[in-house]
Design a protein around this ligand. Structure first.
Ligand code: PGA
Ligand code: ZN
Length: 425
């Protein structure tokens, strides 16, 4: 085998189903030397306004218009011919070629799903042909920090049918000595929580991300319950396991920019009202991270929130930044947050997601890596978290195999790293 073994010799795609039963893409990429890999693309529900475009067929006769055959056609008809013969290890160049081939701000021509599938598959093939695990191929020989698994155990908002406004309540095992132990801490807490819910005759069915969505009276009741579960599981709230929130506030902002806590019935609050509420909760509950406390267009609100709490907790922007360096740059200038949620399909290439992480690091911000509500068995995210030194990630609950696939892959990576592995908040 000569230099040729690295050359891309084939790219194909097919429509598969994500964890919600909606179509998404699987891309197959082959090299001249015989390496053949695949990668599967995630898909979100509560998408930010400025996210890269997910191409759908809009054919009402197939999957309610959500078909992915158009995206398959763009991979095979436009992207593949352009990339054939290229050295797969030139990831940044391949991604650049696809960005240029697309030519739009939001990947509207090729579709971010088509582009990301190829980008992920190229990274995986590059690792394989280089004889390296994906996290080392992308992150280098020093990549050895496992992320703290922020486990989404309780849901509200648009992700549930109850009286809770906050979309996600996560258990954060920040006091654990390792990823393996941290995962055990929060998985045990998940089981204890289930027992408590059962005992109170509350629903224990799980949502798209594997968390419970019981019919609780309000947001505070959810946090009381989590603190109780942490204690009952034998851990110290705030020391061994803390709480992280994702308000997904864009889902309850009103037309004039106020916030309607409609699910709990707590009424309408302006930005200052939300900040007051946050101050109260931060005093009462061991919250260490708060994602999207305000809506994506409330830049001033984000700045005010961060000014008030940014030295105490991690303030994460998801919908406001959409993993796009253009918005992150503005956020850094305006001190809108101190961390960015990183979702590969919000931006559409592995290189651009890595750029977003690097921009965070240069500003002294943190990067919080995330799955989507629609996931597949592909565990790319796990390797990417270690490669990028993200330090924490969210991949749903201790339920549903598409969520566990990522956590299980991280268990493997920690085992493989052995004594070199690092884990800290
Ligand atoms: P999504 O939600 O994947 O459904 O967009 C996740 C989030 O808001 O973080
Ligand atoms: Zn979010």
């Amino acid at each position: 085998m000569g230099q040729n073994e690295f050359q891309i010799s084939g790219i194909e795609a097919m429509e598969i189903l994500d964890s919600r039963g909606n179509p998404t893409l699987r891309v197959f990429l082959e090299l001249k030397g015989g390496v053949r890999v695949s990668a599967s693309v995630p898909s979100g529900a509560s998408t930010g306004e400025n996210e890269a475009l997910e191409l759908r067929d809009n054919d009402p006769d197939r999957y309610g218009g959500k078909g992915g055959l158009e995206a398959v056609a763009r991979v095979e008809g436009i992207i593949a011919p352009a990339l054939l013969g290229q050295d797969v290890r030139r990831q940044a160049l391949l991604d650049r070629m696809m960005i240029d081939l697309d030519g739009t701000e939001t990947k509207a021509r090729l579709g971010a799903n088509a582009v990301l599938g190829v980008s992920m598959a190229a990274a995986r093939a590059g690792a394989e042909v280089s004889g390296l695990p994906l996290y080392k191929y992308l992150g280098g020989a020093m990549a050895r920090r496992l992320p703290v698994p922020c486990m989404n155990i309780l849901n509200g908002g648009a992700h549930a049918d109850n009286s809770i406004d906050i979309q996600e309540f996560m258990a954060v095992p920040l006091g654990a000595p390792s990823f393996t132990e941290g995962l055990r801490y929060v998985a045990e807490t998940f089981h204890v929580l289930k027992g408590i819910l059962k005992g109170r005759k509350l629903a224990t069915s799980v949502g798209d991300e594997g968390g419970f969505a019981p019919d609780l009276p309000d947001n505070e009741a959810a946090m009381e319950l989590i603190v109780e579960a942490i204690r009952q599981a034998g851990y110290r709230p705030g020391v061994d396991i803390a709480i992280a929130l994702d308000s997904a506030a864009s889902s309850f902002v009103t037309k004039n920019g106020d916030y309607d806590l409609k699910w709990s019935g707590a009424g309408i609050k302006d930005t200052a009202g939300i900040i007051d509420l946050a101050a109260d909760w931060l005093q009462r509950y061991p919250i260490v991270l708060w994602e999207d406390p305000l809506a994506e267009e409330d830049w001033a609100g984000f700045t005010a929130f961060t000014r008030r709490f940014g030295n105490k907790i991690e303030v994460v922007g998801d919908d406001i930044f959409v993993t796009n360096t253009r918005y992150i740059k503005r956020g850094i200038t305006e001190s809108s947050a101190n961390a960015v949620l990183i979702k590969l399909n919000q931006i559409g290439t592995v290189t651009e997601a890595a750029d977003a992480v690097r921009m965070c690091r240069a500003a002294g911000w943190r990067a919080f890596l995330s799955h989507r509500s629609g996931e597949t068995e592909d565990a790319f995210l796990a390797d990417f978290a270690v490669a990028m030194d993200c330090g924490h990630l969210k991949s749903g609950s201790a339920s549903r195999s598409e969520r566990l696939a990522k956590y299980n892959r991280l268990l493997e990576i920690e085992r493989e790293l052995g004594a070199a592995a690092e884990y800290y908040w």
